[in-house]
Design a protein around this ligand. Structure first.
Ligand code: FPP
Ligand code: MG
Length: 295
């Protein structure tokens, strides 16, 4: 991972603009899930750290833009760039990171470049669907999972496919692994938004529902409620939530096992991922720590 951090630092330096270096230093690196995945799939390829740096810059750019879109004030425990420097700066920094990543990406083989580039169209589509869906209470599980695949899983899938191609491994199975890892990862994220607290998450808890996002536990809860309680849940959607209402939602989720049901789906998807790379203990280890994580 040290080599990935060095590659990221080198790319930022090449942008050759002190303001970008200063702003980039304000960002927290995050979990680097995508980079770790690339290094595990192509451990000995000399270009793996650069590919990992490219994917992390794309991911970082997408989060800069996402925080502007979501009007989020915290990211990874620190104030977001839009909160401290304004939305214009956050958008421009995202543009610079994103285009620098693509400048580097075109030097890779065409199939690798295409896998990563097309995933960015998919994740941008997913983001647009996410925003559209937040306008109303969505209770359809499949619509939600389709959006999740685009918004979160495609870049992880692309990271797995690209690194498999780089190291001459079976891109199809690694793609299945990446896709299911990504979906499972996001479902765990949705659960933690409800079960964890702001100090652990590095962003406000139960914020998804306030932002209008009906994540899987809310969809399962809605399915289980009677008409009167369904209405109460829908009325609370996309609004600032008080302690009484969030306690009610949590107790109903407990009663109807909505978190448990969501966790079970994350587990099924993680098992699918595991099957696709049978015998690769390091990749299976990534799945296990992802499922067990608390932030
Ligand atoms: C986080 O979702 C958002 C994403 C994973 C993708 C965002 C994608 C774009 C903004 C498209 C633009 C892409 C580029 C490369 C410029 P979330 O809001 O559910 O998660 P959060 O709680 O971490 O904010
Ligand atoms: Mg967001």
């Amino acid at each position: 991972m040290q080599r990935v951090e060095s590659e990221i630092a080198r790319l930022i330096k090449e942008i050759d603009y002190d303001e970008v270096t200063r702003l980039f230093e304000m960002l927290s690196g995050g979990k680097r899930l995508r980079a770790k995945l690339i290094l595990k799939i192509a451990p000995s390829h000399e270009k793996a750290p650069l590919l990992a740096a490219i994917v992390e810059l794309i991911h970082g750019a997408s989060l800069l833009h996402d925080d502007v879109i979501d009007e989020a004030l915290l990211r990874r425990g620190v104030p977001s760039v839009n909160a401290t420097e304004g939305s214009k700066t956050a958008v421009m920094l995202g543009d610079i990171l994103y285009s620098k990543a693509f400048t580097e990406l075109v030097e890779f083989d065409k199939d690798i470049a295409k896998a990563v580039a097309s995933s960015v169209t998919a994740l941008s589509k997913g983001e647009m669907q996410d925003v559209k869906m937040a306008e109303n209470f969505n209770s359809d599980e499949q619509t939600y999972l389709d959006m999740l695949y685009l918004k979160t899983a495609t870049l992880i899938e692309a990271a797995a496919v690209a690194s498999a191609l780089l190291s001459g491994k079976d891109a199809l199975n690694y793609g299945i692994y990446g896709r299911n890892l990504g979906l499972s990862f996001q479902i765990i994220d949705d659960i933690l938004d409800i079960t964890s607290d702001e100090a652990t998450l590095g962003k406000p808890a139960m914020n998804d529902f306030v932002e209008g996002k009906c994540t899987l536990p809310y969809i399962y809860l809605y399915e289980a409620l009677d008409e009167k309680d369904k209405k109460r849940l829908v009325d609370a959607h996309a609004k600032k939530i008080d302690k009484e209402e969030s306690a009610w939602i949590k107790s109903k989720m407990q009663e109807h096992k909505s978190i448990e049901k969501s966790f079970n789906l994350a587990k099924v998807l993680s098992d699918e991922a595991s099957k696709a790379v049978e015998g690769d203990t390091e990749l299976i280890q990534i799945l296990q720590s992802m499922i067990q994580r608390s932030y």
